[in-house]
Every structure is written in structure tokens, then in C-alpha cells.
Design a protein around this ligand. Structure first.
Ligand code: SAM
Length: 257
């Protein structure tokens, strides 16, 4: 089942939390000269237009990037990425996570991303063309299992599923445990929605029991529409780069303001 399309949700409040922290982590990791690998299991199309019919239909970006992102310092890596895609593609452009990675990583770093949806994959190939990325149309869970531990060993795995398949909540703790065992130095980043029904709670309990050293950050926001179940956004990170806790506190303050 591939009915989820991120074009309806790009730039929403969850994207702001996820992309701001992701950009900060990549920026922190690239401060060191050693090469790194960036892997993403559920990449999306990479580049979005916030004036598209899909984005206008939900209006979610207005409550996300429209309200929040410009409270970030102008030199924040997330802001730098937004400014770069706007300069290249116009004022409504918005970078997805693979493009954020492409913009912040260096030519000698390795990028491997998976996207299963045929149209999203085709768009992603185009969006990633400037970055010499390895863009695969394959199952992201299988990619993570096959490629980790990657070469270079230093690196980050981003897991950002749409949770359309309810089984994802049960399989993700197993996947994270397997990858952490095989790649104990990898920075593993899992995004999850905070839902009124609490569907995410058993998954988090399993993750925290297996990885008590993991770092968890959550923000809350009002539902985008009446009856919408997502009321917050969370990241669970293994081997967080030094300083992430302080940066996450800054992002929490941005949402609280
Ligand atoms: N990470 C992106 C970002 O922040 O810009 C958004 C990704 S979106 C939440 C999830 C994407 O995963 C969708 O584009 C969907 O087509 C894709 N997808 C769903 N199941 C997948 C799978 N098993 N493997 C790879 N991609 C998948």
C-alpha cells in the first residue's frame, strides 16, 4: 500500500521538528573532516512546492514552516537549506530530508536513499541529481538491513515511514535493534507521530526498554484539522551527536513561543 504522499504534508509542524534536528545533526557530523554515510529508508520526493495543489489542499505548511521556521537563526543549517532551495527553485520551494542531506554533506560523503513509490522515486532521482546520490527504488527496511554497517562506517540512518502499515509500529523496534547490533557506532534516527489514540506508545516503550541510552525529543502542536489524530512529532536517536540535547531544547522553545 503506497497511498501516502508527503506533498500534502511537506513543511508541516512535524517536518519542522524533524528537518531542523536532522539538519543540525548532519551539520554537527560534517564539522569533522572524516567522511560519513547518510542512509534514508523512506526518502519521499526530496523537493516540494508549497504552492502545489496538494500542499494548498491541506494548508499544513502554514502552521509549520510558515509559523515556525523563520524564528530560527539565519545561519541555522535548516534555514540555510530552505534559503538554498528557494534561491534555486523559487519562493515556494521546500527541501525534503534527502535534499537537506545533499545540501549539507560534502562531495566525499556517501548518500544512499530508498523510495518505493514510482512517481516519488522519479522525482527524487531528479531532486538528488546535483548530489551524486545512490537513489534506489526499493524497500527501505530491506535497504537498511542490507547496507548496515555501511562504508564509511561513520554515519547516519534516517527511518521516516508513513506508518500507513500498522505493522510498522511492531517491526521498527526489531529493525532498530538489529541495525544497532550490527552497527553500534551508527547514528540511528527514527521519526514517529504522536497520535491521540496512542498507537505509537508501545513502540516507544519497546525502543526505550531496549536502548535506555537513546535520546528522545517530542514537540506537541494542535491538530491540523478537527478530528486529525496527529498532535505531536517525535524523534528517537541512538548515538546522538554531542550537543543534540541543547539543540532539541532550542527547538522545543521555538514551538512553545
Ligand atoms: N523523509 C521524507 C522527508 O522528510 O522529506 C518524507 C518521507 S514520507 C513520510 C514516507 C515515504 O516513504 C513516502 O514517499 C512513501 O512513498 C515511501 N515509502 C512507503 N513505504 C516504503 C518502503 N517500504 N520503502 C521505501 N519507501 C517507502
Amino acid at each position: 500500500m503506497l497511498s501516502y504522499q508527503h506533498a500534502y504534508h511537506a513543511g508541516n509542524a512535524a517536518d519542522v521538528q524533524k528537518h531542523a534536528l536532522l539538519a543540525w545533526m548532519i551539520d554537527a557530523m560534517t564539522a569533522k573532516p572524516k567522511a560519513m554515510t547518510y542512509i534514508e529508508t523512506h526518502a519521499g520526493r526530496g523537493l516540494y512546492a508549497l504552492d502545489s495543489a496538494e500542499a494548498r489542499k491541506t494548508g499544513e505548511a502554514a502552521q509549520g514552516i510558515g509559523r515556525l521556521a523563520f524564528r530560527l537563526a539565519p545561519d541555522h543549517p535548516y534555514r540555510r537549506c530552505i534559503d538554498a532551495v528557494r534561491a534555486a527553485h523559487g519562493p515556494a520551494a521546500y527541501p525534503g530530508s534527502p535534499v537537506i542531506a545533499g545540501l549539507l554533506l560534502r562531495v566525499f560523503d556517501r548518500i544512499v536513499v530508498a523510495e518505493l513509490h514510482p512517481q516519488e522515486h522519479a522525482a527524487l532521482v531528479q531532486a538528488m541529481a546535483p548530489f551524486e546520490a545512490d537513489v534506489r527504488r526499493e524497500d527501505g527496511f530491506a535497504l537498511a538491513r542490507a547496507i548496515c554497517p555501511p562504508m564509511p562506517r561513520r554515519g547516519m540512518l534516517v527511518i521516516d515511514p508513513s506508518y500507513e502499515v500498522k505493522e510498522d509500529y511492531a517491526r521498527l523496534p526489531r529493525l532498530v535493534a538489529e541495525i544497532a547490533r550490527k552497527w553500534p557506532v551508527g547514528v540511528i534516527v527514527l521519526w514517529y507521530p504522536i497520535l491521540t489514540g496512542g498507537a505509537h506508545a508501545p513502540m516507544l516503550a519497546a525502543l526505550e526498554a531496549a536502548h535506555p541510552q537513546g535520546f528522545r525529543h517530542e514537540v506537541r502542536f494542535p491538530p491540523v484539522r478537527e478530528g486529525h489524530r496527529m498532535v505531536g512529532s517525535g524523534l528517537f536517536v541512538l548515538n546522538p551527536p554531542w550537543g543534540l540535547e541543547a539543540e532539541a531544547a532550542r527547538i522545543s522553545a521555538l514551538f512553545a513561543a
